[in-house]
Design a protein around this ligand. Structure first.
Ligand code: ADP
Length: 663
């Protein structure tokens, strides 16, 4: 025996030194000690002198070790089994027998741990029911394998006959399963906390729970009934109570306590092996019930927590949402509304609940879920109405049908749209006015011709009449030409009158950014439709310019619109327009509009600023000439610069002389 102890100690030392670190060494020694101690304490009703007992906690300890520290600990388990054989049972068999028994135990436990860790995605912290089921089934089947091999090995070694095999195999299986089912989950679940805890403190509830187990054991064994197993069900009561209160954490500890109490009680009363095995089978039922009940309670609590969290998140999102949210029952009555909805409908807090959606949004009828982005007029609690856009969708709340709806106040959007339309109209009018003015100057030039001709013809007639030698026909012909020229001039004047409308320029101090922004508004839709990227760069700190806002916006709008036309017309790959504003000396600001279009067509290059020069089928050819007149009337310049790609139109505008802030 001395020889055995020494060689085992040497093996243990070498394994601990090789496979694990110093802290690991402590764990190995602690495990070996605990294994031997548990084996010794549970060495009751053995199939003497073999380790076939109806309660075998070292199995649970070994599987916990292998699951936590890995399969490399298998040799340690082997050493523990040999050590227990030597220390507890005095190494009754030959070294080969003892080594093969230890190999069966350590190999069996390692196989179970390997299956759990590698074959399944088992989580040793028992988070889900799946973990528990996998663990229970592995324990039951694995223990069966270990028991069959272990008892068979004893039969082969001549310890007993095959006739005794079924009874002993059952006893061993029960011992193994109970050991694993009760100890392993408790160690895996409480182990990390145990390792961390420095000071032990028992809560009042834990003491009462422990006492309830003691009381139940007392009822079972002290009632003095002939067959105490009939009263075993009493042990379920504290376990169920503890499981419901504390989930799987409580259940695992309660099972360890009940098992220890049960074994102690059985020993104290002195029952035989058969009764102990019978009790252990009942204990197995208790372990399965406790574990599953504890797991069910945990999962229910987790589900409750998740539900509470998601409900809290949802209600936070709904209450913080900037849009008005209404939740309606199947009949279209408000069952809940967020703060934005109360503010929108001018209702008091909670005041919307119970009101009918038809009262809030007149004309709204089922099926509500078909309403998506519908524009309607909604009515506030004070009777005023506002334009809104509503969308509803149906959501099942339990068995009932409900609707969730979003109501968006579109008053501001409508105002902006109206203002934009108004601005477009203004721009349009200004364009016509400017076109007419330009026309006037062009036509004045045209008028000059017929009027001069008419004057000449009239003077000729006058001369003929004075000389008195004119023939009637010649006179009449010359008068006809006078009439024709005057009619031509009249026609020009008539056309001019039709076109000439509008007023004189109104100069204001304006920030260049605001002019550029305003001139782009009506074009945004075209940029988007044609995928044109527009970059606006305004050098900071530019002084305000002194301009007629509408006219300058019109010029900028015309230049950018021309750039869009050029890019789109040429189906250009690169679609970029840049508008840059910088200073041009102390008295001017310079604006450049560049595009990535095809550049000027040669046909137009020479006559770009000449009225009626256009390359567009529906073009007027007046835009650039009017723009130049406008800019020049402001004292600035407008010119074109060809670019490697596309063209640039540049203009200068006078800055406001005083330091007035821009409007
Ligand atoms: P319209 O746009 O009615 O034709 P404009 O006076 O604004 O009148 O423009 C005159 C012509 O100048 C256009 O028809 C076009 O051929 C040319 N043009 C103006 N801007 C550009 C540009 N950015 N790229 C290429 N050609 C341009």
């Amino acid at each position: 025996m001395t020889h055995w102890t020494e060689s085992v100690a040497v093996a243990a030392r070498s394994i601990s030194a090789r496979t694990v670190s110093n802290a690991g060494g402590l764990i190995v020694v602690g495990y070996l000690f605990a294994y031997v101690l548990l084996d010794w304490a549970s060495y009751i009703h053995p199939v003497a002198p073999f380790a076939i007992t109806p309660w075998n906690p070292p199995s649970g300890l070994s599987i916990a070790l292998l699951l936590v520290f890995g399969l490399r600990c298998t040799p340690v388990v082997f050493v523990a089994a040999v050590l227990a054989e030597v220390v507890v049972r005095g190494a009754g068999g030959s070294p080969i027998e003892i080594a093969s028994y230890a190999a069966i135990l350590s190999g069996g436990y390692a196989a179970m741990a390997a299956f759990l860790l590698r074959g399944t995605r088992f989580d040793p912290s028992f988070k889900t029911l799946r973990d528990l089921v996998i663990f229970g089934v592995t324990a039951a089947v694995g223990a069966m394998g270990v028991a069959v091999c272990y008892v068979s090995a004893h039969v082969l070694a001549g310890a007993f006959t095959w006739n005794e095999f079924p009874e002993y195999a059952l006893r061993d299986w029960v011992g193994e399963v109970i050991g694993i089912m009760i100890l392993t989950p408790a160690l895996l679940i409480h182990g990390p906390a145990l390792a961390r805890t420095r000071r032990w403190r028992l809560s009042g509830a834990a003491i009462v729970q422990a006492l309830s187990i003691v009381a139940a054991l007392w009822v079972v064994f002290a009632a003095n009934v002939t067959d105490p197993s009939k009263l075993f069900y009493v042990l379920f009561l504290p376990l169920i109570w503890i499981s419901v209160m504390n989930g799987l954490r409580g259940a695992t500890l309660a099972l360890v306590a009940t098992q220890v109490g049960l074994i102690v009680s059985l020993q104290l009363v002195g029952y035989g092996a058969r009764v102990v095995v019978e009790f252990q089978l009942l204990m197995l039922a208790l372990a399965v019930t406790g574990a599953f009940l504890g797991m069910a309670v945990d999962q229910w609590r987790r589900a409750q927590d998740t539900l509470r969290t998601s409900e809290a998140e949802l209600s936070a999102v709904v209450s913080m949402a900037p849009d008005a949210i209404l939740i309606l029952d199947g009949a279209g009555r408000v069952i809940d509304a967020n703060a934005a909805a109360e503010a929108l409908f001018r209702a008091s807090s909670g005041g919307l609940v119970g009101s009918s959606v038809a009262g809030l949004i007149p004309g709204l009828r089922e099926p509500f879920e078909s309403l998506q982005g519908r524009e309607v007029r909604a009515r506030r609690f004070d009777g005023t109405t506002f334009p809104s856009e509503v969308s509803f969708s149906s959501v099942p709340i339990g068995e009932r049908k409900a609707y969730i709806g979003i109501v968006r106040d579109t008053t501001r959007r409508k105002e902006i749209e109206d203002r934009l339309r108004e601005r477009e109209r203004e721009l349009d009018r200004a364009m016509r006015v400017a076109a007419a003015a330009e026309m006037a100057s062009v036509l004045a030039h045209e008028l000059n011709q017929p009027l001069t001709a008419a004057l000449n013809f009239a003077q000729a007639c006058d001369l003929m009449l004075r000389r008195g030698d004119a023939e009637q026909t010649q006179l009449a012909q010359t008068m006809d030409r006078v009439v024709a020229e005057v009619s031509r001039a009249g026609e020009v004047v008539r056309r001019l009158r039709d076109l000439s409308r509008g007023g004189s320029a109104r100069l204001d101090s304006a920030a260049i950014e605001s002019l550029v922004d305003a001139s782009m508004q009506s074009l945004k839709d075209r940029f988007q439709r044609h995928g044109i990227a527009v970059a606006i760069k305004v050098v900071s700190g530019l002084p305000p310019v002194l301009v007629d806002r509408v006219q300058i916006e019109m010029v900028l709008n015309n230049l950018v619109a021309n750039a869009v036309d050029a890019i789109v017309g040429a189906k250009a790959e690169e679609r970029k327009i840049s508008v840059e504003a910088s200073s041009d000396g102390p008295a001017f600001v310079r604006v450049a509009v560049r595009d990535s279009g095809p550049g000027l067509s040669p046909a137009i290059a020479e006559r770009l600023f000449v009225p009626f020069s256009t390359t567009k089928p529906a073009g007027s050819g007046l835009g650039l000439s009017i723009s130049r007149s406008i800019i020049e009337s402001h004292g600035g310049r407008l010119w074109m610069e060809p670019q490697p790609r596309g063209v640039a139109f540049l203009l200068t505008l006078p800055t406001t002389p005083s330091q007035e802030p821009p409007k």
